[in-house]
Design a binder for this molecule. Structure first.
Ligand SMILES: Cc1ncc(COP(=O)(O)O)c(C=O)c1O
Length: 370
């Protein structure tokens, strides 16, 4: 095999893989701390849980560690049974994976072929764009409307090739939600053979909102719900997500998934997390308090923010230069937030809600920079 992509030779990778942008990781926190001469580094860039991981989960992982020489239970039956009891569905309606992103990848792999297309919005979860582009599948994006999914526009864009529609509610990176009536009107327009993947990674932060259309209360045959333990349960590093949907959809996803994902620690952790309502409530109330504080302080600073229902908040800086200036300025204070150029929102920044202390440090740094 020749490691070359010269036009004269057989291509090493398909053109759609060659044109993927390589992932650009940020500098590791320890390196940044050394470089900037700071003791503490605050990461408000990745929508992680600032309260950390519940003790119950850490204990369960320690217990699971004793079984690391074993493969995990291939069908994931114990954890899937716990999920099926929680959501009052059949075992056959559940799937688990190494993060909800892995289930998204398995879903795309299972259902897309030939000239199928994926339809979604601009300014949504970048992981979807990467996965679809990496398969050489056509991705069509409808512009956001006032930082929100334009469901009417998406319904109008459905064509004969549309196979999967991806919706994200609350949407990352805008934090906005679409409401019940809008979702119901939309679903009336979606043909039955089109699969709607409803990414609810931030469900736990939005579900109290009366107008939030919790997909599990609808139970539509062509809707796949994706949720995760990464955010509200502080388990991003473990990689555990789950999918809920019609038996037939789940059957195909389970056929294509790697049999031993997620890893054995994630099985133990997920079972413990599902029991830990107290941690979940603490997370949600920390988020509400942080959101309230940031709303007030960002408004006082005259920054334009988008109303959010997730564990982060988007601010519109007006120009890409201002985004770079504020982002770099915060890094010098030891605070990372997310610039949104790669999400197609070059004039915006996204801030994850931290602990009260982290939020105060962020505002103090912003005051110094602005
Ligand atoms: C909307 C959305 N979906 C999925 C994911 C991935 O979650 P997981 O860690 O479960 O793969 C993220 C993570 O940032 C996200 O924002």
């Amino acid at each position: 095999m020749t490691i070359s992509n010269s036009p004269k030779e057989r291509k090493l990778v398909p053109p759609y893989v060659e044109s993927l942008e390589p992932y650009k990781p940020g500098k590791p926190p320890d390196e940044l701390k050394k470089e900037l001469g700071i003791e503490k580094f605050i990461n408000l860039a990745s929508n992680e849980n600032s309260l950390g991981t519940p003790d119950s989960v850490i204990q369960a992982v320690q217990q699971g560690a004793r079984e690391l020489s074993r493969y995990p239970e291939a069908g994931g039956l114990t954890l899937r049974k716990a999920l099926s009891e929680r959501y009052r569905v059949k075992l056959e309606n559940t799937t688990i994976g190494s993060g909800s992103e892995s289930i998204l990848a398995n879903t795309l792999r299972a259902f897309l072929h030939e000239d199928d297309e994926v339809l979604t919005s601009e300014g949504t979860f970048i992981g979807l764009y990467v996965l679809v582009n990496g398969m050489g599948i056509k991705l069509r994006k409808v512009p956001l409307k006032n930082y929100t999914f334009d469901l009417e526009g998406i319904a109008a864009a459905i064509n004969d090739h549309t196979k999967i529609i991806y919706l994200c509610n609350p949407n990352n990176p805008t934090g906005t939600i679409f409401g019940r009536a809008e979702f119901e009107r939309f679903m009336e327009k979606v043909p039955e053979h089109v699969l709607v993947v409803l990414d609810e990674a931030y469900y736990e932060f939005a579900c109290k909102e009366p107008d939030y259309p919790d997909s599990m209360t609808y139970r539509l045959d062509n809707v796949l719900t994706l949720r995760t333990f990464s955010k509200a349960w502080g388990m991003a590093g473990l990689r555990l997500g789950y999918g809920l949907g019609h038996d037939r959809l789940i059957d195909f996803i389970n056929r294509i998934k790697l049999p031993f994902e997620p890893n054995i620690l994630a099985h133990y952790a997920g079972l413990a997390a599902l029991q830990d309502r107290e941690f979940l409530m603490k997370t949600v109330s920390n988020n509400e308090a942080g959101m309230e504080y940031l709303r007030t302080e960002l408004d006082a600073l005259g920054l334009k923010r988008v109303p959010s229902h997730a564990n982060f908040i988007l601010i519109e800086m007006g120009s890409a230069d201002e985004v770079t200036r504020v982002w770099n300025g915060l890094l010098k204070h030891g605070i990372a937030i997310r610039p949104l150029v790669s999400f197609g929102l070059p004039t915006c920044l996204r801030i994850t809600i931290g602990t009260p202390e982290e939020c105060e440090l962020l505002i103090a740094a912003l005051k110094a920079i602005l």
